[in-house]
Ligand binder design. Structure first.
Ligand code: KE4
Length: 429
């Protein structure tokens, strides 16, 4: 069933660290051989062995319209003959910037980069340059890319003691990154009090998607927003996952919350490498060449990436019913899963907002990293492989959100629910 993927994986490990170009793809947390994907269309992936899968990763978010969506492919094909990069400004960059500004609240200026990491890294540098303060607050279990500042072990005590989580992240960096539990507003207020006048930014995923999907508790984001106003802290919403997925205006629209800076990625590139950060002019005007906060990129605003992102965003803007369809499909999936989980008597939690959803084998609510980490992840591994063997491709980790794409049909979702029922029987034996 996976012979060719196994061969390719063995070969890949000869020239690529761990055989993959991003660790989450290596199936390390679920075991087994990662699938090598040959092609995809709509809601379906096809691996090197010719197996077909219903895709619930959507490239970790970008493929919201489905794979190889005709207008996006056509736009790329039509643009490519004009060269793939110039290293000079183009009209395309103006058009996507104007489109984004028209879709999201509170963004006067936006800078394109090539990944979500770059977007988040640049946003905190800008916050530090704008405020003249050094520290940032991030939340345990939140992922803002692999820039040093974000790779700090969770827990305020651990960060304060400068325990480096990732070799190569220096004490100087971890000293300036404070962490506390997501959804714990008192802990954040305590940090802000303890480090009064030192914190440049609080950065948060408005809906956490990197420890499974975890929603903000009522009042949490609003509490952060007020704290940042009161303490002259830049409030950064990392919308790399939620942007253009939860609503045309992302979480800012869906949850009616306003950031000072917001970061984007994933959907914004339509599957091509694109990230962006933007916000109020008063802050963004400190970015070079306007100001002295330096940030740059050879392929920032790349024309092929821009046309793929622009085409995707334009379709989303002009067809807001896509969000209703995605939400309904996700609710239908959730209700179907709940039915069979309840019958199985296996303790579970399903968190969901819009087209982000995750399943946790847990007898307690999943509201932060500690609760997510204490779920029964061995059961998740069995569930994952049972679903995979039935042709359902879930994120290969319990610490990830699933992402629906709008090419999924009711038939696909019905099949997914049946496969889940089968899987629950298998793991219950
Ligand atoms: P990238 O640098 O991977 O484009 O974006 C980093 C990033 C920033 N912020 C949030 C909220 C994110 O979810 C991400 C990236 N998400 C992971 C999936 N959990 C990307 C998958 C991967 O690492 O291969």
């Amino acid at each position: 069933m996976f012979e060719k993927s196994a061969e390719l994986f063995a070969r890949a490990q000869q020239s690529i660290p761990g055989g993959v170009n991003s660790p989450v793809r290596a199936f390390k947390s679920v075991g087994g051989t990662p699938l090598f994907i040959e092609k995809a269309k709509g809601a379906y992936l096809f691996d090197a062995d010719g197996n077909k899968y219903i895709d619930y990763i959507a490239s970790w978010g970008p493929m919201i319209l489905g794979h190889a969506h005709e207008p996006v492919v056509k736009a790329i094909q039509e643009r490519a003959p004009y060269s793939t990069s110039y290293g000079a400004p183009t009209k395309l960059e103006i058009e996507i910037a104007e489109l984004i500004v028209s879709m999201v609240p509170n963004v006067d200026l936006i800078r394109m980069v090539s990944s979500g990491t770059e977007a988040c890294m640049s946003a905190i540098r800008l916050a530090r340059g704008y405020t003249g303060k050094n520290k940032i607050v991030k939340f345990e279990g939140h992922y803002h890319g692999h820039a040093d500042s974000f790779l700090v072990k969770a827990g305020s005590g651990v960060a304060t003691l400068n325990i480096q989580t990732v070799p190569g992240v220096t004490a100087g960096v971890s000293n300036d990154t404070l962490t506390c539990a997501y959804n714990d507003l008192d802990a954040v207020k305590e940090l802000a009090h303890k480090h009064k006048g030192e914190i440049a930014a609080i950065i948060t995923e408005p809906v956490a998607g990197n420890m499974g999907c975890i929603l903000p508790k009522p009042g949490f984001l609003e509490g952060l927003r007020k704290l940042c106003y009161d303490e002259n802290i830049v409030f950064i919403l990392d919308e790399v996952m939620t942007g253009f997925r939860l609503a045309p205006g992302g979480a800012q629209e869906k949850l009616n919350i306003r950031a000072d800076l917001v970061t984007y990625g994933k959907v914004i590139g339509g599957g091509m490498p694109v990230g962006a950060f933007g916000g109020r002019k008063e802050i963004m005007q400190h970015i070079a060449p306007l100001g002295n906060v330096y940030q740059a990129g050879t392929l920032s605003g790349n024309p092929i990436a821009m046309i793929a992102g622009y085409t995707t965003l334009k379709i989303l803007k002009e067809n807001p019913s896509i969000y209703k369809e995605l939400d309904e499909k996700t609710m239908y999936l959730k209700q179907g899963l709940e039915k069979f989980f309840n019958e199985s008597k296996i303790p579970y939690v399903i968190n969901q907002l819009g087209s982000m959803i995750s399943v946790h084998f847990s007898d307690h609510p999943i509201v932060d990293f500690a609760s997510a980490a204490s779920a029964n992840n061995d059961l998740f591994k069995k569930f994952f492989h049972s679903m995979l063997n039935q042709g359902i491709y879930l994120p290969p980790s319990a610490f990830e959100s699933w992402f629906l794409n709008n090419a999924l049909t009711k038939k696909d979702i019905d099949y997914t629910i049946e496969a889940a029922a089968e899987s629950l029987e298998n793991i219950n034996q």
